[in-house]
Design a protein around this ligand. Structure first.
Ligand code: CU
Ligand code: CU
Length: 351
């Protein structure tokens, strides 16, 4: 693809024009070159706002805290309705994928609670194949989502106490697992520690891939399903603020995936189950199902690239930019996404 084609396609959406004006106003012309140069190898055009059942930028900061009931013993009960359903998603402009989803989106909704909460997941299989919901973390084996298999039209209620605090994947455990996973039946469960974490801009990133030609290998790689999405729509954060990324690897077919931050370093909290820092680094390698919490600040204005450090994955879509800005008008999140609460105390209160 020629550079002029990429630039014209981006400008046609209006996004490129706005971003460029903002950067020029901030005297950031060198960064225009950085993003334009890399867009040469990115996709042309844009996906629809509902491409993966939710806008990929909104997905970053959307936490579903469930319906909340205070139990007589003082505990918090959080309840969710999760429905497995088939849905076509768009993983790159014009590239559709016949997904199997939780609640119509890939990744599924990010469920959030506090350690010690009682969780109840009302699962309905409205898809066309048997499915389950298998959570990582502690729970009775009967609640493990391996058996019973929930047949088409069937229901099952998963109920268990949230522990330990940390970041956990959930996914379907029907056979063949490879198929049920890569079709899109996965998501994140964040269990906050009782004392919470420091306020930060919190972002959920699920590394995934899509086999679009049924050859048992991925043709498209991404975080949060859309190839190159965060190159076309850099993730804007405030210069110097604490950023916390909840990173999960749910890529099928490849044994590992990785995350690399340019021009900065992050504190690594593996699995998020301990509060002390495991490592200070700029690359993290994760096996399928592994996850970690990353914390960093971006102290200069401009665009910080991030991508898989396997070049093949990066060049097939798993690449994006954080954009460190000073002007609050430039943020692409609602205030609700800013400094998202360290403590999960909110939710929809049941009547
Ligand atoms: Cu399944
Ligand atoms: Cu698993």
């Amino acid at each position: 693809m020629r550079r002029g084609v990429a630039t014209a396609a981006l400008a046609a959406t209006g996004v490129g024009v706005v971003a460029r004006t903002m950067r020029q106003a901030a005297g950031q012309t060198e960064h225009i070159d950085a993003i334009d140069a890399h867009l040469v190898q990115a996709t042309v055009g844009d996906v629809g706002p509902d491409a993966i059942g939710i806008d990929p930028t909104d997905f970053l900061t959307t936490f579903d805290r469930g319906k909340v009931v205070r139990l007589p013993d003082g505990r918090t009960l959080r309840e969710w309705d999760i429905v497995a359903q088939d849905r076509t998603i768009e993983v790159a402009p014009g590239i559709t994928f016949a997904a199997w989803t939780y609640n119509g989106q890939v990744p599924g909704p990010t469920l959030r609670c506090t350690e010690g909460d009682l969780l109840r997941i009302n699962f309905l299989n409205a898809g066309t194949h048997p499915h389950t919901v298998h959570f990582h973390g502690f729970h009775p084996p009967a609640m493990d989502g391996v058996a019973p298999m929930v047949e088409v039209g069937g229901r099952f209620v998963y109920e268990f106490t949230a522990r330990p605090y940390g970041l956990h994947p959930y996914h379907c455990h029907a056979i063949p697992l490879k198929k049920h996973l890569h079709k899109g039946l996965y998501g994140a469960l964040i269990i906050d520690p009782p004392e919470g974490r420091a306020p930060a801009r919190e972002l959920v990133m699920v590394m995934n891939g899509f086999d679009t030609d049924f050859d048992g290998a991925n043709e498209v790689y991404a975080v949060n399903s859309v190839a190159f999405h965060y190159m076309h729509h850099p993730i804007r954060i405030r210069r110097g603020e604490l950023v916390r990324v909840y990173l999960l690897n749910l890529t099928e077919f490849d044994p590992i995936n990785s995350f690399h931050l340019h021009a900065g370093m992050f504190k690594l909290f593996r699995t998020g189950t301990r509060m002390d820092v495991h490592e200070f680094t700029d690359i993290l390698m994760l096996c399928q199902g592994e996850r970690a919490i990353l914390e960093f600040t971006l102290d200069d204005l401009g665009q910080y690239m991030f991508h898989a450090h396997q070049s093949e994955f990066a060049e097939l879509g798993w690449m994006g930019f954080f954009e460190s800005v000073e002007d609050p008008e430039a943020f692409n999140f609602d205030d609700g996404g800013l400094l998202a609460g360290a403590l999960c105390t909110s939710g929809t209160v049941a009547q």
